[in-house]
Design a binder for this molecule. Structure first.
Ligand code: ZN
Length: 177
């Protein structure tokens, strides 16, 4: 039987910028750099991962349907973001400048990948907890973050992560040993 595969996606806010992707089977990492949603979705559907970890906010702050303050709001930070910040991690919450576009793309990507177990991750926080490690399979910083995301997906399936947040949104981070 083929071993399960875990995917990491370091999603760019805009399709014109590099999105790093990584597949991890528990032993080896394999990376790709892609751009538009079609290519990213096709890549995931080809590899049928057990868990897909996305480095992007996948939900909007409670009470929001968009980021237009004339429509909804005023919340900018989710409880899960606050929990990460309270632990001393540096995160950019969904309601802040360039994060708005990334959040909308992340939310749409999650909706397109229905049928897969999708988790929101923060690779730099994962590496901060796990300690620095090299990913020789990565050709650029986005593929490196995608490796850390895929590793977090693997650890999550192994029961070695904690899930911060509530029904507003959750971020999965490795458990401190
Ligand atoms: Zn709205």
């Amino acid at each position: 039987m083929k071993s399960p595969v875990f995917a990491g996606i370091d999603l760019a806010a805009l399709p014109k910028n590099q999105t790093g992707l990584c597949l991890f089977d528990g032993r080896r990492f394999g990376c790709r750099t892609l751009y538009d949603d079609e290519a990213i979705v096709a890549f995931i559907e080809e590899s049928r991962p057990r868990v897909v970890a996305i480095d992007a906010p996948l939900t909007l702050p409670r009470g929001r349907c968009c980021f237009d303050d004339a429509c909804c709001g005023p919340r900018k930070i989710r409880t899960c973001d606050r929990m990460l910040i309270a632990r001393g991690h540096r995160v950019f919450p969904p309601g802040f400048s360039f994060m708005k576009q990334l959040t909308l793309r992340g939310k749409a990507m999650k909706e397109r990948l229905q049928g897969y177990e999708i988790i929101e991750v923060h690779p730099r926080t994962s590496l901060r907890i796990l300690g620095p490690r090299a990913f020789p399979a990565a050709h650029n910083e986005h593929e490196r973050d995608a490796c850390a995301a895929a590793l977090t997906a693997f650890l999550y399936a192994e029961g070695k992560c904690e899930v911060l947040g509530d029904d507003e949104g959750t971020v999965v981070i490795p458990r401190v040993r």
